[in-house]
Each structure stands twice: as C-alpha cells, then as structure tokens.
Design a protein around this ligand. Sequence first.
Ligand code: CA
Length: 432
Amino acid sequence: MQMVSSFIEIDKASHFPLQNLPWGVFSLQDDGRPRIGTRLGAWVVDVAALQAHGLFDGPLLRGTAVFDQPALNSFMALGTAAWNEARATLQTLLAADTPTLRDNAELRSQVFHPLADVIMHLPAAIGDYTDFYASEYHAANVGKMFRPDDAPLLPNWKQLPVGYHGRASSIVLSGAEVIRPCGQILPPGAAAPIFAPTAELDFELEMGFFIGPGNALGQPVSVNQAEEHIFGLVLVNDWSARDIQRWEYRPLGPFLAKNFATSISPWVVTLAALRPFRSPGPTQDPNPLPYLQTASTTFDIQLEVSLKSARMEAPLVISRSNMRHLYWNMAQMVAHHTITGCNLRPGDLLATGTISGPTADSCGSLLELAWRGSKPLTLPTGETRTFLQDGDELIITGWAQRDGYRVGLGEVYGRVTAVAAPLAPRSTLRVE
Ligand code: CA
C-alpha cells in the first residue's frame, strides 16, 4: 500500500493516521452542538465545518448537510459509495500535498480541535442492539465450566451464529461509570433466591459494528452483500452480572444480567480503513448452510484488556486477544440476523460476543481468566480478583498493525461504582 501522509504530524503509535479517518460525534466544551467529525492523530477534525465551507464537492455529498447532525444515522444510511466519497475527500483535504487546509491557518483553526476541547457523544441513535456469541474459544470455555460432563459446544453452535436481542437504551459511551446492578441471585445450595448487588460483575471484550443502509422488512440481506451494510466497527464492553445470569437465563437467555450497561468506544472505524488487515479466520467445519457460505473474512485486530484497581498506580494488561479468533464473521452475522426478513436499520449495533483466544491469557472475560473463581488474578498490589470490585477501571483497546503505521479503535473505558442507592432496609415501622 502506498504510504500517504498528512501535513499534520502523527505519531507512529497513533491509532488515527490518515489511513484510518474514523467517524464520530463531538461537541466543543463551550458550544454544546454535537456534530460529525473525524480523528487525525491528536486532533478532532470538524467535518461538518468542512462541509459548510463547500469542501465536500463530490456528486453524492455536494449540497447536503449530512455531517451537521448530532448522530451518524443519516450518513450511515447513504451506503458505501457515499462513505467512500467522503473518505476520499478527507484523505485529499488532509494530505501533505493539498494546500486548502495546510496553507489556511484561519480555516485550520476553525476545523482542528485539540482533544482537551472536545466532548464525544454516542456516534449514532441506536435503535436496536444484538449480541452474538461468535468465538468458539469463548463458547467452549463457558461450556466446559457450566456443562463439564457434556460436549463443550451445543449442537447448534457450528451451524449458526448464536445471538440474542439486547438492550439499546443502556448503551453508553466510553467514560461513563457503570453502576453495580442488583438482582435475584440463587446462593449455592439455596432453595430460594436473595435480592442483592451482583457479586460477579464481569466485562466482556467484544467488537461491535454499526449497520449502514439496512434492509426492508421481509427482505433478507444475502451473505455476499452483507458487508455493504456494515458502516464500521467500535470496541464494546458488554458488562455482565454472572450470578444474576445463572439464575435467570433458562429458558430464554440473559435478561437483566446484561441490560444495565454496554460501553462502546467513540470512533467508528470503517471497513475501508480495515481492508489491509483482512484475515481469513478459522476453517468452518462443518460447512455451513448455503445462506451462510461466504468468501467474507474477519480482521486481524489485536485486542487488549487492562484492569486498574483503586489502589493500583497504573493499569495492568490482563488479556491479549484478536478479532481473527472469531469463528463466525460479521457478514454471516448480518445474513443470519436477516434471513427471516428481520429488518436492520441505519445505526443498529451488532456485537460479536466475547472474543477469547486459544490460550489462558487471551480470554475475553474474567469468568474465563479466573476460571469461574477458581484461579484468582493477582494484581501488583497483592489484591486478587475473580470478578470486578467497586472502583475498578477496565480499559479495552484494539488496533491493526502494519510496518510504520496502525489503524486503531482507540479505547473503551469504564469504572465500576457501588450500587447507586442503599438497598431499602426492611421496614421496622409497625402501626400499633
Ligand atoms: Ca456479550
């Protein structure tokens, strides 16, 4: 690939060189006006302002105000031709040999904002959220823990990408605090549940992907056109309460154990930016049914999870995984989701499920890393963890690497806080 460079100096370790150009929604500290931008090195670039200056002059975007919006949904709906036109325009405007911005200090000052001046917002109005279970290593680990006498994978697992409909309303942006939820928990050996804060709060390392144009109700997306419906990727931490999940999940799957918070990273990285990092993924055996057969691939994206307790001085990397460990790819997830005719809409979020790798240090959840509490993690302070404690900070990052540059997703950060309000004490008031 020909190296392109910008007139802005960008560190080689930056996730955001000119090859990336992710999409996000930002406002300035002092204007409260969310609009669409991109990221270049340590700068946020105001794409809405560039468009207002008439600089998006391609046939599909000329005369529109699609970037002066508080969410990416309208732009997502336009499809790959418009996305590619926007990317090409930005790559030209920001390139080292284009004078338009490079030589216009006044315009540059209106368009380039240092990170400290910027507040990020959710990239889209997310109508629906679906979470899959697409890592064989993760599914097999969970199977071994919870059904030790049976085959690790259930019989359907290699025939279809297992998933469930999640909760869009509680998707939060990186940085939001995560309040420890309360719920029904069945203590070991007990006959009846108690109501208590979860004692088994966990993270899940996932990738999420936003839907672009989507499909009309009744019209499935074919697996070989599915990538045209994928706008881009974010990092996802799908917080989970394992003890609540264990009691509630039969027979319909997780409900409250996963509906209290799902954190996502703010910058949506496009398939165009990730194209050089395609990876075939594992061989699928047995061959899936025809509607799931595809030449589509996954991506070689290195993923890293770090934990910092309140007493630690710096985060500790507790897991290293990779998106290429997924058994099912995103195109197959879209095709399967829509095969009934279910309609996906612009801005819907689909997530892959926990991405675990083949080794003990590549697991994408604490449930697996500490093997259901039997192998506690020891932190540099001497503290141990089987699940997350109040005050713990969890950071997930991910990037694809080439000689001389990275295309990254930034990070998704969350800190666990105690139950918001104390549990109501049992009433001792008696009316005599
Ligand atoms: Ca999940």
